[in-house]
Design a binder for this molecule. Structure first.
Ligand SMILES: Nc1ncnc2c1ncn2[C@@H]1O[C@H](COP(=O)(O)OP(=O)(O)OP(=O)(O)O)[C@@H](O)[C@H]1O
Ligand SMILES: [Mg+2]
Length: 270
């Protein structure tokens, strides 16, 4: 029987801070209850990783996070035999540990992973919910509490680097974006300790900078960078200088693009 919705603990002081934007916490909980794997997509720095650690704490599950890259193999996730003190011992990888412990395994930037990784993910993400460990001969049945969460940023991926439909359609998916202004003000203020009025000015600036996306800008300025900017201002860095090194320089190497961004910064704070 799925546990009741009340099983989700209200955030405590030890819960990583996450400001919900819509019904994502509830949907995550339902996904967990039903053993559905979850795909999160959205631009860099919009809160995907924070959301997963917040939910893992609220559900009381251990979290194993793996940053995927193009050298990541299935063995990096499942485990391998290692020589330890003259003996060869099997050492579980993060995915196997999460399965054994009924934890949450979070694969960040999953589209970067090599193709053989999907081979281990497929039986785990359909109704079989099994992890075959070829090298040890085990076939692990995922316990009810085990959950697989993957994320990627659809924006800057090479068109060839996308998930195959047969992988993609094994996941329930949520789209993330930058939070609405009033929520983003709350986040930036809470994360940096800067007063709300100055955070509001930064968020308004971000809205203007994000409108420049597409004109040679791959991605709009992230909530993460706004938190950086607010933290610098809070510790005494002059606003223009803080904005330049957090909201202009990280976004582009192109002088014209940077000039456009700097103009918007000056129009707000100059
Ligand atoms: N809804 C939110 N609640 C609390 N903090 C947030 C939220 N959204 C963004 N943040 C802040 O933005 C920062 C970046 O968020 P996070 O690391 O979760 O982004 P991400 O979407 O995982 O980015 P990437 O795709 O680059 O990994 C967090 O460290 C946090 O300070
Ligand atoms: Mg992340």
């Amino acid at each position: 029987m799925p546990r009741s919705a009340e099983a989700l603990a209200t955030p405590s002081r030890d819960t990583p801070y996450y400001e919900p934007v819509g019904g994502e916490c509830r949907l995550f909980e339902h996904a967990h209850q039903h053993g559905l794997p979850l795909l999160l997509k959205g631009p860099t720095g919009c809160g995907k990783t924070r959301f997963v650690s917040h939910m893992a704490t609220r559900l009381g599950r251990p979290l194993y996070t793996v940053a995927c890259h193009d050298d990541l193999t299935a063995a990096d996730l499942t485990g391998r035999y290692l020589l330890q003190g003259g003996e060869t011992r099997w050492v579980d990888g993060p995915l196997t540990r999460a399965v054994r412990e009924g934890g949450i395994c979070y694969l960040d930037e999953v589209v970067e992973a090599r193709k053989d990784v999907t081979v281990v993910l497929h039986p785990l993400t359909d109704d079989r919910r099994v992890l075959p460990l070829e090298r040890t001969g085990e076939l692990l049945q995922a316990p009810k509490d085990f959950m697989l969460v993957v994320s990627y940023n659809p924006g800057y991926q090479n068109i060839l680097k996308t998930l195959k439909p047969s992988t993609r359609q094994r996941f329930m998916a949520l789209s993330f974006d930058f939070p609405p202004p009033e929520t983003e003000v709350a986040i930036v203020s809470r994360e940096s300790g800067l007063d709300r009025d100055r955070c509001l000015a930064l968020v308004n600036l971000a809205v203007r900078l994000r409108a420049l996306k597409g004109q040679d800008l791959e991605e709009g300025v992230s909530t993460r960078l706004l938190v950086y900017c607010a933290s610098l201002i809070r510790s005494g860095v002059p606003i223009l200088e803080a904005a330049h090194c957090t909201l202009v320089e990280p976004l582009s190497d192109d002088e014209d693009v940077k000039a456009g961004l700097a103009e918007a910064v000056h129009a707000t704070f100059g």
